[in-house]
Design a protein around this ligand. Sequence first.
Ligand SMILES: *[C@@H]1O[C@H](CO)[C@@H](O)[C@H](O)[C@H]1NC(C)=O
Ligand SMILES: *[C@@H]1O[C@H](CO)[C@@H](O)[C@H](O)[C@H]1NC(C)=O
Length: 206
Amino acid sequence: MKITALAFSALSLLLTSAFATPVDLSSGKITLQLNIDLNQDSISTNAIGGEKDLFTFTSSHAVHATPDQVVNDTTPTGGIAGASGTFHFGINSATNSVCYNITLHNFAGEFSSPAVTATHIHEALVGASGPPRIAFPNPQVIGGITSTVRQSVGCVTGPFVTGVIVDGKDTGEGFHVHQIEADPKKFMSDTHSSVALAGAVRGQLA
Ligand SMILES: *[C@@H]1O[C@H](CO)[C@@H](O)[C@H](O)[C@H]1NC(C)=O
Ligand SMILES: *[C@@H]1O[C@H](CO)[C@@H](O)[C@H](O)[C@H]1NC(C)=O
C-alpha cells in the first residue's frame, strides 16, 4: 500500500516543527531523520491532487496491541489490564526507514527496558519472545495531565541501535526494514513498563 502526501500532511507539519526545535532523545542513540526536503517552498499546496508524493512508503502496518498477547519466553504474563495500543508504521525499504504513529491508552507505571527506549519492534513470532530490532521514542501524554492517552510520532532511519547487546552485538545492528516486509508475521511491536517488564501491550505486525 502506498501512502501519499494527503495522509501524512499533518505529519509533515509536525516533523517540520520538530526540526525547528530538536527533540531531546535522552540516549542520543536514536536519530530522527526525514527522507524528504523539509524546505517549506518544496511542500506543494496542491498535494491533494496527487501531483507530488512527498511521503512514499513501500508498505504500511497497523498493529492492535493488547495485554493478553504479552509473553515472557512463551509464558503469557498478562501485560497491563485495560491498556491498549495502536502502532501505525509506514516503511520505506529504499531508505531503510520507518515512520511511526504510536498511541497508547491506559499505560501505567514508568517506561522500563534495558534498551535505549521501552517501545520497540521485536523480531518475534506470535506467542514467543525475541530481540528488539528498532527502538522508538516512548509515547508521551497528550491532551492534558489527567489524560490516559500517550502518543509518539516521527520517523527513524537505520543503522538502528537498540542498546541491547547479544553475543557482543547490538540487536539493531545490520537490521534492515526489508526484513519486516519479507515476513511481517515474524515481527511484533510492544512497550514495556516498570509494572509489566515483559510488556504492557503487544501486537504482531501481521
Ligand atoms: C496518529 O494517529 C492518531 C489516531 O490513532 C490520529 O488521531 C493522529 O492524527 C495521527 N497523527 C498523525 C501525525 O498522523
Ligand atoms: C522472564 O522469566 C525469567 C524466568 O522466570 C525471569 O528470570 C525474567 O526476569 C523474566 N523476564 C521478564 C522481563 O519478566
